[in-house]
Design a protein around this ligand. Structure first.
Ligand code: SF4
Length: 328
């Protein structure tokens, strides 16, 4: 029998190639091996979001990209966190058994406090408990994580052990499914690709937009003149060729080093490869955009299937804790 995987992602709107190569591609592949539960964690987004005006639209756009990329609502449960209130209920119950010191010691909490000193809210401290609730509500066997997220998953496992010790064995300890997340650098070649830094290329950009963005990419900065030999190993254009022109990287590296290839031509060739690779995705996304009510239907079905699992888990949780059973 297939195991169950849970993963959540914040609603960040239209996805970029860094999102695809780093996460979405993996989500699509996992569907062959596991029963997947994929959640847009919109409540998590509120911990650091001041302006919620774009939240619903961003959720919708992200969903369209997920579907166009091959995340399949027939095979996977795809839903929005706030549509399944059991997440918040379990979060509250787990927060009663989670020592505060476990949360404030986390490096990610310290980092968030440094980034948002004016908004260290209660939800921010409890973020990892909500994350634990997200995972264990579905009794997930595995969670795809990068090495940097291991401390969070370990905290989930600690919360599970504590709950099971207090109230009996309800939750399995989720295992980390270590994933080598590809770190895709942004157009500046210095920072990770990110929407907030505006150094990204959207999956659904037009071919011309893509070409223009690629032409702005920072290359090997030591290569001042066209005749100067380049160093592909330190060039982000070359790194992206590795994803999109994998069969020609040896030739590109050789021609870069000998200065037979100029950076403008190299970028034009990258843009052409990217546009070719992204064409099927873009066609599918355009088609999905035309289907009125599609996102709403997918999310309603996903929430209903998620709630069936979540409701059963919560009945067990309430009973084990010893809350007075309710009728209906
Ligand atoms: Fe980078 Fe290509 Fe220029 Fe070499 S030729 S430095 S790989 S952009």
């Amino acid at each position: 029998m297939k195991g169950r995987v849970f993963s959540g992602a914040r609603p960040t709107g239209k996805q970029h190639i860094g999102n695809y190569l780093g996460a979405i591609q993996n989500y699509v592949q996992l569907q062959d091996e596991y029963n997947c539960v994929y959640c847009v964690v919109d409540i998590h987004a509120l911990t650091t979001l001041d302006n919620t005006a774009e939240l619903a639209g961003n959720t919708r756009e992200m969903l369209l990209d997920w579907l166009a990329a091959g995340m399949d609502p027939q095979r996977s449960i795809i839903f929005v966190q706030s549509h399944v209130p059991e997440h918040s209920e379990l979060h509250t119950l787990l927060s009663m058994i989670t020592p505060l010191a476990w949360l404030t010691r986390l490096p990610t909490f310290k980092e968030k406090v440094r980034q948002h000193p004016e908004n260290v809210n209660y939800g921010l401290v409890g973020y990892p408990v909500l994350m634990a609730a997200d995972i264990v509500l579905y009794k997930a066997d595995a969670v795809p994580v990068g090495e940097d997220q291991l401390p969070h998953l370990e905290l989930t496992r600690e919360i599970v052990r504590r709950f099971n010790t207090f109230f009996g064995p309800v939750f399995p300890e989720p295992e980390a499914k270590l994933t080598t997340y590809r770190r895709v650098m942004g157009l500046d070649g210095v920072n990770k690709m990110s929407k907030s830094l505006n150094n990204h290329i959207e999956l659904s950009a037009t071919p011309e937009e893509t070409r223009k963005r690629v032409l702005t990419m920072v290359t090997d900065t030591s290569r001042v003149y066209r005749r100067d030999p380049g160093h592909p190993e330190i060039c982000n254009v070359f790194a992206l060729h590795g994803f999109y022109t994998a069969d020609r990287t040896e030739e590109i590296a050789r021609d870069c080093r000998s200065a037979a290839l100029g950076c403008v031509d190299c970028k034009k060739s990258l843009a052409a490869s990217m546009n070719e690779a992204l064409a099927p995705f873009r066609a599918r996304r355009s088609e999905l955009e035309q289907r009125q009510g599609l996102v709403e239907d997918v999310l309603a079905d996903g929430a209903s299937r998620a709630r069936a699992i979540a409701a059963a888990t919560m009945a067990e949780v309430r009973s084990q804790i010893g809350l007075l059973p309710r009728r209906g």
